[in-house]
Design a protein. Structure first.
Length: 227
């Protein structure tokens, strides 16, 4: 099977996450998408909700979609999670599947700062999706692209659905221009903390869960960090 790997803090998961996953699945005809909420992300120091809450919100958000699956491979561990280790664990669990690691342009550009980046780009193909404020032409500066750099500006102009670029590691990066959504978890947390409406930004089941558990208020986050 062809499987997309969608990792992140999902702090909280929102409509933009779900729509991006659906567009990727539809365009590339993936058989599944695994959502993998992180446990303790190594490069993010901002306050995040406990892993069990983020996992449960994701479970509720994707419930009923037969193509979307949830994995606790990272959040069940009480230690920092690294993408390269997560992928190797998934390969061991699903040796007959082909994985595609999904990330935005900004995250792809940041790979040199990740744990064991050279190994990471050698063990997986990538799906690089458009992100507000970033252009595919910025990927020219990536040390991992082997060919296709001259096409990046054309992709920005044409917004073609699917473009494939070869990496030096002999893996591939599939570049996808998705429907732009100016939604971020950071903005949603800010709205929640201010007591403002997040209607139509969050799946209703996620919004109800946040209200029930009083998440993303300064006091609840501060108490979690202080443990």
């Amino acid at each position: 099977m062809k499987v997309g790997i969608f990792g992140g803090t999902f702090n909280p998961v929102h409509i933009g996450h779900l729509r991006a996953a659906e567009e990727v699945r539809d365009i590339l005809r993936l058989d599944r998408i695994f959502f993998i909420p992180s446990g303790r992300p190594p490069l993010k120091t901002r306050e995040i909700a406990p892993a069990e809450h983020r996992y449960e919100m994701l479970r509720r958000a994707i419930r009923g979609n037969p193509f979307f699956h949830l994995s606790d491979v990272e959040c069940r561990k009480n230690r920092k999670s690294y993408t390269v280790d997560t992928l190797k664990e998934l390969y061991a669990l699903h040796p007959h599947d082909r994985f595609f690691f999904m990330l935005g342009i900004d995250a792809f550009l940041d790979i040199p700062n990740w744990w064991r980046p050279e190994e990471l780009v050698s063990i997986t193909d990538f799906i690089v999706v458009s992100r507000p404020g970033f252009r595919f032409s910025e990927m020219r500066g990536s040390p991992y692209l082997k060919e296709g750099k001259s096409l990046l500006s054309d992709i920005d102009r044409s917004r073609n659905a699917t473009n494939v670029i070869k990496l030096k590691s002999k893996r591939y990066a599939i570049l996808l221009a998705l429907t732009p959504f100016g939604i971020s978890s950071t903005h949603i947390r800010r709205l929640l903390n201010q007591g403002r409406s997040t209607k139509y930004l969050l799946p209703p089941a996620v919004q109800s869960y946040i209200i029930t558990h009083k998440l993303y208020k300064k006091k609840s986050l501060r108490n979690h960090v202080g443990r």
